[in-house]
Design a protein around this ligand. Sequence first.
Ligand code: SF4
Length: 266
Amino acid sequence: MDSNLENKKSFIADHCKTFPMFSQIEISPTNQCNRHCSFCPRPDENISISFMNMIEILNQLKTINYDGLITFSGMGEPLLHKYIGTFIMVAGTTNAIVELITNGDMVDEEMITFLFECGLDRLIISVYEKEKLLYFQELRGCLEIILRPRWNPEMFELNNRGGAMKPLSSPLKLPCYYPFYMMMIDENGKVYPCSNNYRKRYPIANTSYESLLDIWMGQKMRDLRLKLLKGDRNNPLCKECDVKGYLIGQEHFEAWRKYYAETRNP
Ligand code: SF4
């Protein structure tokens, strides 16, 4: 397990309360990217989330006293969004931990100063070239910067990203904890129950029409969770996916099991 996964696992566990609130919101500010990686299914069309949509999302998180993780990430490079500094500042007015995942190409001393002055709590750099490691290590100093060794596939676990690559011919009989502790919002405001849905199929809602809390507590998430509680992945989203899905979030999984049992809604 890489160090970011270890960190996240304990954070997510600590944030599981009696009411099974999400503990991570991953938001894709843009699908634009400066790279053209062969493995990335990024579409040709460049789309960025609208300023107002993002501010509305962040304001909702503030209103509900959200204190989990806000992760600016997604299919594109988040540092390419022209308002990323403002988004970090507004996210910083919530009680959440604010982090951003980047490919590192735009990261230098000036960028790091800017991001942390805006209120970023943690910068996660996916390092695709080993030669750049030393440069990032020197920049890191005492700031919370996590380096992910993406140049070496032996140092992290590969999966088929929700069936986008080498899809399974039959569904695994395994639970998956993702929809129990997180949601992902793309640059169109569409909401997905996990971050492994690389082809962005089967959105469950759109933030333009429903509140985050309504989506989280809504029928589509409930139906998916009730199946996954039984280890049943035979649904359009999960049936081709080989992600283990049980590395993080067991506390949430159990909290939802209890919640559905107590609300007599199994
Ligand atoms: S089984 Fe795969 S697609 Fe389904 S929620 Fe888990 S990670 Fe996502």
